[in-house]
Design a protein around this ligand. Structure first.
Ligand SMILES: NC(=O)c1ccc[n+]([C@@H]2O[C@H](COP(=O)([O-])OP(=O)(O)OC[C@H]3O[C@@H](n4cnc5c(N)ncnc54)[C@H](OP(=O)(O)O)[C@@H]3O)[C@@H](O)[C@H]2O)c1
Length: 359
């Protein structure tokens, strides 16, 4: 069904759009086949129970983990079912409220999925606060899930300290770019790995001591030279061949922060590193984690990230896809092709471009 053209006030419409899973992809997401748009009867204040709010989505976060949620396999969250609303985190605006803690016009974050409109229990919604030097969209980036992932991964698994030599893969992405900068703040020397010369140049602007394009035909030799002193901390967003290369350059007792393995998410036959025995030979501490593990510490972590942002110690970029929810499927497919520098978002509602000045 064709998407409805958005009017300024969503509740003046008769329907709103959401996106549901149509087919499980065998390998990469197939735009036009994997997901389908759905029209739903409009929701209004009359649909709310006490303690609930009506949230209009402004921005949708696109995350590599979404590909894993489409597999019918055991993981840290249940798979999205065929015909079910696609899961996702958003920044939204309260358009009706029967909860004393929220008023119409408040900006919030929540997890309603890929939908223009949703009813949320007030306890499932977080009021969005914009710190000095910050902006609304930071709530899904540097101060949201990806910034927090970088923070906890570096703090608790990387245990990064002054003088460490830290390598970050997927370094120009949302998580990686914050991970690189936290390592610098902590006094480490940092090598960032990314997929284009433009991204490499940005990593140097961020303060990385060295950055390499892993698509360079001479990457192997350059990586060997750049890691001649061997790696203390490897923050891995990518897995596959890059993880294998990092294992071969690990220092004894190196810490490997297993954050993600994006190179394998779309593969029908994922592969692990052939030299995994380096974990034994070098006594590597290799640990995976999910950011939700540290949920109780989010407020403290956000405070420190916001402080670094205010002080200009943290920089960030975002790539915002226009075109509303109908653009989300192609955007997610493109995430695995490196379309983004920094955080990838879909602008679901275009007319809120002035949102920053109203907070
Ligand atoms: N453990 C957790 O709780 C947690 C939370 C959030 C994210 N993560 C993980 O962290 C990683 C980064 O997530 P993000 O949200 O920050 O995404 P992101 O890094 O902003 O975007 C993904 C990037 O991955 C790179 N990439 C794609 N395919 C690749 C391949 N085959 N080899 C190497 N690089 C590839 C692309 O950049 P290039 O142009 O450089 O290739 C792309 O821009 C993902 O693996 C994600 O699953 C984990």
């Amino acid at each position: 069904m064709a998407p409805v053209k958005r009017k300024t006030n969503i509740m003046a419409q008769s329907t709103y759009t959401s996106v549901v899973l149509a087919q499980r992809p065998k390998a990469t997401i197939v735009p036009g086949e994997t997901f389908t748009l759905k029209q739903n009867p409009i929701l209004t204040e009359a649909d709310l129970k006490d303690g609930q709010v009506l949230v209009e989505t402004l921005y949708l976060s696109l995350d590599p983990a979404m590909r894993g949620w489409l597999n019918d396999a055991r993981s840290y969250v249940p798979p999205v079912q065929i015909g079910e609303l696609m899961r996702g985190f958003v920044i939204g605006k309260i358009v009706a409220s029967k909860a004393s803690s929220f008023s119409v016009g408040n900006y919030v974050t929540c997890s309603p999925g890929w939908t223009e409109l949703s009813i949320q229990d007030a306890k499932a919604v977080t009021l969005l606060e914009v710190p000095p030097n910050g902006k609304v969209t930071d709530a899904l980036g540097v101060l949201g899930g990806t910034g927090l992932t970088a923070y906890f991964g570096m703090k608790y698994i990387g245990e990064v300290k002054p003088g460490d030599f830290v390598v970050v893969s997927g370094a120009a992405g949302a998580t990686g770019s914050v991970a690189c900068q936290i390592a610098k703040i902590k006094g480490a020397t940092v090598l960032g790995l990314a997929g284009s010369d433009e991204k490499v140049a940005w990593l140097k602007e961020l303060g990385c001591d060295e950055a390499l394009n892993y698509k360079d035909p001479e990457f192997r030799e350059k990586f060997k030279a750049a890691t001649k002193d061997l790696i203390d901390v490897f923050f891995d967003n990518v897995g596959g061949e890059i993880l294998e290369a990092a294992l071969s350059r690990a220092k004894p007792h190196a810490r490997f922060v297993m954050c993600g393995a994006i190179s394998q998410y779309n593969s029908a036959t994922p592969v692990g590193p052939k030299n995994i025995s380096m974990v034994i030979a070098m006594r590597i501490k290799m640990q995976g984690f999910i950011v939700f593990d540290y949920i109780k510490e989010y407020p403290e972590a956000r405070k420190e990230l916001a402080q670094w942002l205010a002080e200009g110690k943290l920089q960030r970029k975002e790539t915002i896809i226009k075109g509303g929810l109908k653009a989300a499927e192609q955007g997610l497919a493109d995430l695995y092709n490196g379309i983004n520098t920094g955080k990838l978002l879909v602008e679901v509602k275009a007319e809120d471009a002035g949102v920053e000045s109203r907070l």
